[in-house]
Write a protein that binds this ligand. Structure first.
Ligand SMILES: Nc1nc2c(ncn2[C@@H]2O[C@H](COP(=O)(O)OP(=O)(O)OP(=O)(O)O)[C@@H](O)[C@H]2O)c(=O)[nH]1
Ligand SMILES: [Mg+2]
Length: 459
């Protein structure tokens, strides 16, 4: 990929032609970025020309565009006259009805006015090159575009908010200052002027090493969190949810009792089946409570677990004759009839739409292996579909950070050995390069290529 940023680029920014066939999204946008943005808007909307010229801040205008055979089409023009845009350069977005034919025609008009078609990821690339984003944030944008589930979307969003960006920036700032102090000293080496004392260098290096290891921990924690496949076990009180989770996980994590309402908070049990890590989450029985008691809080927590789950298994005892409540927002819903060892006369009909149905008993162990296998298959399918945004960032950051940690340790050792400030400075420079790689302040072509070629056009 060439990093050509001179030309003005255009693309249809909504996914109207991606995946949704000919139908299009309700609203669509044509995105423009580059120095010719103003010139293009002037030629498309001569009536706005005067107002645009006096705009110093981002502004929205409502106007029309005349399209061949389609006539006057109303649209909104969003205009960023300077670097305060997403891409860090003059930019505009034309928002109109999302019909592909309309968007295509508007895009053609922009192309004819001097823009060229944007390559995949090129808007984000410009944002990155203009220093508006670091690589971890770019990867998060990529994650948003490809997010398959609500939860992946949330993970990507959290990353975009810059969990890593700020501590990395601070670390980098500290090391640059230390390097500057050392280098200042190098210029006066003959005159025996030390800008920083050895003790201070060691202390500052130790602090940096600490920060690096904190960052690594943070990344590790984040990787371990929320990335596992989440299976929520839900259903009415006393259905045997806790018994099922304990039987599946082979633990006693959840308390079991014949008293309905035993489980109040949710309980997470992590299992590893067939090399696949899965979180089983036991929840409080679903019931109607409309106050602010702990029972109501438990209900709230159960719905949060359902919202974040990749798979929801609703349990119902074969002896229970009451109707099941609908489960809101479940991405994938399975049903499990529990306690089938007990005498019952059930026709195994679900009143809510479940994808699959199981007959289980934790006493006779009926159906447990089948359910376990079905869950593993489902996880494998999910893993194939999902793009591992967070692990991708995590693996890259971790390897760079461990190299940075090595360099910092060498720098400290060199200081202790009085090996000379040049050696210390060169180790510091190496550490800074590694950290810059993480923060994305250095344009590393390989990473950029790999990253931006995965974006879709218009992003
Ligand atoms: N016979 C039989 N009893 C079961 C089975 N599974 C659970 N039970 C019993 O059903 C009762 C309730 O089990 P729990 O696992 O605590 O049920 P729960 O759904 O977690 O209940 P809450 O936490 O109160 O919502 C206990 O007395 C269990 O021993 C089963 O497969 N067969
Ligand atoms: Mg329970």
């Amino acid at each position: 990929m060439q990093f050509e940023t001179e030309s003005t680029i255009v693309a249809i920014a909504t996914g109207s032609t991606v995946g949704s066939g000919q139908h299009g999204a309700l609203r669509g946008a044509v995105r423009i970025s580059g120095l010719k943005t103003r010139h293009i808007l002037d030629s498309l909307f001569p009536d706005l020309s005067h107002t645009l010229g006096t705009t110093r801040y981002a502004k929205r205008f409502t106007t029309c565009i005349d399209l061949p055979e389609l006539g006057e089409i109303p649209l909104s023009v969003f205009y960023w006259p300077n670097h305060r845009s997403y891409t860090g350069e003059p930019a505009a977005e034309l928002h109109l009805l999302g019909a592909p034919v309309l968007l295509d025609q508007v895009q053609t008009r922009v192309l004819n006015s001097g823009a060229r078609l944007a390559k995949p990821g090129e808007f984000t690339l410009r944002a990155y090159l203009a220093g508006r984003m670091d690589l971890t944030q770019c990867e998060a944008v990529l994650g948003l575009i490809h997010a398959h589930s609500q939860r992946e979307f949330q993970v990507a969003l959290a990353q975009l908010a810059g969990g890593l960006a700020t501590p990395l920036k601070e670390l980098r700032h500290d090391l640059i200052n230390l390097l500057a102090d050392l280098e200042a000293g190098l210029d006066f080496v003959d005159e025996d002027i030390a800008f920083v004392q050895e003790d201070e260098i060691i202390e500052r290096l130790q602090r940096a090493e600490q920060r690096v290891s904190q960052l690594r921990e943070q990344i590790e924690k984040r990787q371990g969190q929320g990335v596992e496949f989440q299976v929520a076990i839900v259903g009415p009180a006393n259905a045997g949810k806790s018994s099922l989770v304990n039987a599946l996980s082979g633990s006693e994590a959840s308390i079991i009792s014949p008293i309905p309402g035993t489980t109040r908070d949710y309980v997470r049990s992590r299992v590893c089946w067939d090399d696949t890590t899965i979180d089983l989450i036991d929840t409080a029985g679903i019931e109607d409570v409309f106050d602010s008691s702990p029972r109501a809080i438990a209900q709230q927590k159960t719905s949060e677990v359902i919202d974040n789950a990749d798979l929801v298994i609703v349990c119902c005892s074969v002896q229970d004759t009451s109707n099941l409540k609908p489960i809101a927002m479940a991405p994938r819903l399975w049903g499990a009839w529990t306690k089938v060892d007990l005498p019952h006369e059930r026709n195994y009909h679900w009143s809510i739409p479940v994808e699959r149905s199981f007959l289980l008993s934790v006493h006779s162990k009926q159906g447990l292996d089948e359910l376990r296998k079905a869950i593993v298959d489902s996880v494998k399918q999910w893993q194939q579909q999902s793009i591992d945004v967070v692990p991708m960032t995590g693996a890259r950051c971790k390897s760079a950070l461990s190299q940075a940690a090595d360099s910092l340790a060498h720098a400290r050792q060199a200081t202790l050995d009085s090996a000379g400030d040049e050696i210390v400075a060169s180790e510091l420079r190496l550490a800074l390069e590694q950290i810059a790689e993480v923060a994305g302040t250095v344009a590393n072509n390989d990473i950029l290529d790999a990253l931006f070629s995965r974006f879709c056009i218009g992003k």
